[in-house]
Design a protein around this ligand. Structure first.
Ligand code: DMJ
Length: 619
């Protein structure tokens, strides 16, 4: 439990070698701190990080400590990749407990492809060069599963994304050539009457297959990859399907879902599925909302259709899908389900949804949310057409606030809840799904709380945020801004305001992904400190002789282990942790856009010639 303190203090003492009085003060402070930490030692190791949160000590951790921590992540990448190479290569993924491999994603070595840019960024040259050799020789027409088919979504985000981002970083021409080879094998996927992609392709017969009702995340999480591929290769055929998708979404009738894209889509007609008006930011939907903002950013903020769709989505999320739990005031985002009374919130909060705080923070950082006219958006008109249902109401509610701050506030509160879902557990790692306890289910939304605050005299007077915060506190009301609860972990399961629906931790990245973006956007070092606590938990609970392993139940330490190491652990989880601790900024978030598998692509502008060649028109 004292490791962190001692490590931090030693580094600080080293830093202050020249200043004797400061050094003495620091030693006294350390003794006091150790006494306080000792007092709380029965709370468990995760609590120590919490104490530092409260003490606001994160900002004083010196560079040398962060460099050391980034180096530790690099060692973790080496360890995980060595295990994959020794026991699973050239199959897709490692089974760390049995020391074997398995292939669920075409059998082309998905871990090698998905790790390319991580290995390159971290300077792991030998590993990177060995992975390149595999990329060069794989036959994308040979699939090693019984059906002999290629699942489109996973193949694009992991394989195509991995090759393209490694190409963007290294400019190795073979990577672009192989990315084009793969996109060409996948080409039949668009052979539906709407041009929306089906689920899978058989590369031998050149036929695509899948349900007539497509799932949002799967039909619309490839635009970034194809847009960058078109830019890098100069080939129009890669951009045409992106235009088609944009067109379908931009002109869709979204009246049932108030402007937000629903989960189910009719692949034949290219419209929302008839009996489907469920919305979600978790499974089946997540990456599509992410791609709306990121497609706009990738194209240097010229693709206004995607910006409008992003605003529709976030306004609906902010006003309808965010809730507070009753006791701990945990802010969470949920989805809706079909019931006899219509669409109702499920109050399920997924680990997958923990990417949302990072996305909101990225939007707040990059968009002029309070001066949308600068981006050519008429906020009063947004959502006013009948085909957006009640969207205009949401736009008006949100416009009553400083929208940028509102997005950042939601981002902070949601990330806090994601963090607490980790810090609460004996393992220090968060569950895959929680069912949240709600006030009066379905009636008390975060929007209600915000509405009450907006109507208060403080907000009416347009008081600056910090003054409103002070007045809020001084008013003696509830003390804190709703949703920004005290980061105090709760050990007793009954008192947590949630139960676990899926207890496992699957080495997923979403929480540390959001911490990374929040750190970059706000400069608040607590996100780094929390990331470090998560890294320590990964080392303690999931590290094996051969790699890192999924947990079946986060509520027991040492954890009950699964037997897999998904490729996204190297592509995303460890990459985001490395970037979070790195003192350099190798991928500035204003210049690069991460795909949903954490593969970065560079922001670019179309030249006039490209605009003509690709037939790019503005909406
Ligand atoms: C990743 O493969 C991608 O981020 C995907 O969009 C959904 N989440 C998994 C990891 O949890």
């Amino acid at each position: 439990m004292y490791n962190w303190t001692i490590e931090r203090t030693l580094a600080r003492l080293q830093h202050l070698k020249q200043d004797r009085s400061t050094r003495l003060k620091l030693v006294y402070a350390l003794l006091l701190l150790l006494a306080v930490v000792g007092l709380f030692s029965t709370v468990g190791s995760r609590a120590s990080s919490q104490l530092f949160d409260l003490a606001g000590a994160d900002a004083y951790i010196p560079s040398s400590v962060w460099r050391y921590r980034a180096e530790r992540v690099k060692q973790a990448v080496q360890h995980a990749y060595r295990g994959y190479e020794d026991y699973a290569f050239p199959l897709d993924e490692l089974r760390p407990v049995t020391g074997t491999g398995m292939s669920l994603y075409n059998g082309w070595g998905v871990t090698a492809f998905d790790s390319l840019d991580t290995l390159y960024l971290l300077g792991l040259e030998d590993e990177y060069n060995r992975a390149l050799k595999l990329v060069e020789r794989v036959d994308f027409r040979v699939v090693t599963n019984l059906k002999g088919t290629i699942p489109y979504f996973e193949t694009v985000i992991r394989y195509l994304g991995g090759m393209l981002s490694a190409y963007a970083l290294s400019k190795e021409p073979m990577l672009l050539r192989r990315a084009m080879d793969l996109a060409d094998v996948l080409e039949p996927i668009f052979n539906s009457s709407s041009g929306l992609p089906l689920f899978e392709v058989n590369p031998k017969t050149n036929r695509s297959m899948g349900s007539k009702v497509g799932v949002l995340a799967e039909i619309a999480s490839w635009q970034l990859e194809y847009t960058y591929l078109a830019k890098a290769s100069g080939q129009k055929k890669y951009l045409d399907p992106v235009h088609n998708l944009n067109n379908i979404f931009y002109h869709a009738n979204l009246s049932k879902t108030n402007g937000m894209l629903p989960i189910g889509w009719d692949i034949i007609k290219g419209v929302p599925a008839t009996h489907e008006s469920r919305v979600s930011v978790g499974a089946q939907a997540d990456s599509t909302h992410e791609y709306l903002l990121k497609q706009y950013l990738l194209t240097a903020k010229t693709d206004k259709a995607n910006l409008e769709l992003y605003l529709h989505a976030t306004n609906h999320i902010l006003t309808n899908l965010l809730y507070l739990s009753p006791n701990r005031q945990l802010l969470y985002v949920t989805d809706t389900r079909n019931t006899l009374e219509g669409e109702t919130p499920s109050h399920v909060f997924e680990h997958l949804s923990c990417f949302l705080p990072g996305l909101l923070a990225l939007g707040a950082h990059t968009l002029p949310l309070d001066k949308l006219s600068e981006s050519g958006i008429d906020i009063a008109r947004l959502g006013a057409e009948a085909r957006f249902g009640d969207a205009n109401k949401a736009h008006r509610t949100v416009s009553g606030f400083n929208i940028k701050k509102l997005h950042l506030w939601a981002a902070e509160g949601l990330a806090q809840s994601c963090w607490l879902s980790y810090a609460d557990q004996p393992t220090g790692l968060g569950p895959d799904e929680m069912v949240m306890r709600s006030y009066k289910p379905d009636t008390y939304t975060w929007d209600d709380v915000l509405g009450a605050w907006a109507k208060s005299s403080i907000a009416d007077k347009g008081t600056p945020w910090i003054e409103a915060m002070e007045s809020w506190k001084a008013s003696g009301s509830k003390g804190r801004i709703p949703g920004l609860s005290q980061p105090v972990p709760v050990k007793k399961a009954d008192n947590r305001d949630y139960t676990m629906r899926r207890q496992g931790y699957l080495l997923r990245p979403e929480t540390v992904e959001s911490f990374y973006i929040l750190w970059k956007v706000t400069g608040d070092a607590k996100w780094r400190t929390r990331g470090w606590a998560i890294f320590e938990a990964l080392e303690r609970e999931t590290k094996t002789e051969n790699g890192y392993v999924t947990l079946k139940d986060v509520a027991w330490s040492p954890g009950v282990r699964g037997n897999s190491m998904p490729s996204f652990f190297l592509a995303e989880t460890l990459k985001y942790l490395y970037l979070l601790f790195s003192e350099d900024d190798p991928i500035p978030i204003d210049q690069w856009v991460f795909n949903t598998e954490a593969h970065p692509f560079p922001v670019f502008s179309w030249t006039d010639e490209e605009r003509r060649h690709f037939n790019i028109t503005s909406i």
